[in-house]
Ligand binder design. Structure first.
Ligand code: ATP
Ligand code: MG
Length: 281
């Protein structure tokens, strides 16, 4: 076990640097002693008889950043819907860590347990400054509630400052979120999710609509988060996937509601079934 929810209310003032960020981003009650943070086994989801997920099995190790690729309609978003409790599977098992059965938890409970989700469209409070967006995101988290009734504790301020640096918006803190570029808004929204200190972050096509520079800034941000939380990144932009996965990370290819192939990006790109169904020749 990594701490308890109550322990996370009282936070020590951490030292500076990424190690400190890892400390304050430590997840709550997720038992990852055996390695995996997410375990999906033989998941099936049907919509009017059509199997959006058809025997999907996928395991994510704690701290891993996994890119998931695959053609339109492969079931990538549906997989995230199952993990976040938005869609109930017809059959199969879904666990967060060793002990938390996601199929028996509702959406708010799953979010509180430490799963954050980024949808494609950025949703920030446009009228509010960047800093306040992060503060507001923190206030929706009950764990900070007691300490925020009067004013921000030193710990809370530190977490906001560190998050600003992580998302590369430390010079935009006083600007209204509505004035930010699309890429900056996307990074701000990721920062807002980070304020909830997720153990697992799900990002559905985060680079969509971004310029090349914004895409690479996003890749750098997710790279900085590596190890502080586990991530699943669904993406069609292969340059972005290449930047995130590098030569080592595992990439999952989904098609027709299940895993078609898994391996390094080079390995899956050479896979005949992947070439046929997704990448083309
Ligand atoms: N609520 C729903 N009702 C009916 N069918 C649905 C529903 N949600 C998803 N589907 C269908 O399930 C299949 C999988 O959809 P999903 O959105 O998970 O694919 P995806 O891999 O995310 O695709 P994309 O890359 O286009 O985002 C699609 O055929 C889709 O039309
Ligand atoms: Mg989708």
């Amino acid at each position: 076990m990594i701490g308890t929810p109550d322990e996370s209310i009282e936070r020590e003032a951490p030292a500076s640097g990424d190690a400190a960020l890892a400390h304050i981003l430590a997840p709550g009650v997720i038992d990852v002693t055996h390695g995996p943070i997410l375990y999906l086994d033989d998941i099936t989801v049907s919509f009017d008889g059509f199997r959006a997920l058809n025997g999907l099995s996928l395991t994510l190790d704690a701290g891993e950043l996994r890119c998931v690729i695959g053609p339109n309609g492969a079931g990538k978003t549906t997989m995230m819907d199952v993990v976040t409790g938005r869609t109930r599977p017809d059959s199969g098992r879904a666990f967060l860590g060793q002990t938390l059965d996601l199929t028996r938890m509702d959406e708010p409970t799953i979010a509180r347990a430490g799963i954050g989700r980024k949808f494609q469209k950025p949703s920030v409070f446009e009228q509010h400054p960047v800093w306040e967006n992060l503060e507001l995101a923190m206030k929706t988290d009950k764990r900070w509630h007691a300490s925020l009734r009067a004013r921000l504790t030193a710990d809370a301020r530190l977490l906001i400052e560190q998050t600003l640096a992580t998302i590369g918006l430390e010079h935009e803190a006083r600007r209204a979120a509505g004035e930010l570029s699309h890429g900056q808004k996307q990074r701000l929204e990721i920062g807002m999710l980070l304020m909830q200190q997720p153990a697992l972050l799900l990002l559905d096509e985060p680079a969509a609509g971004m310029t090349d520079d914004e895409t690479m800034a996003l890749a750098a941000l997710l790279d900085r988060l590596r190890g502080t939380c586990s991530m699943i990144v669904v993406e069609h932009d292969m340059e972005f996937v290449a930047a995130l996965a590098g030569a080592q990370s595992r990439v999952t290819v989904m098609a027709e509601g299940r895993v078609l192939a898994q391996g390094t990006l080079d390995e899956v790109k050479r896979d005949e079934t992947v070439i046929e169904s997704y990448l083309g020749r």
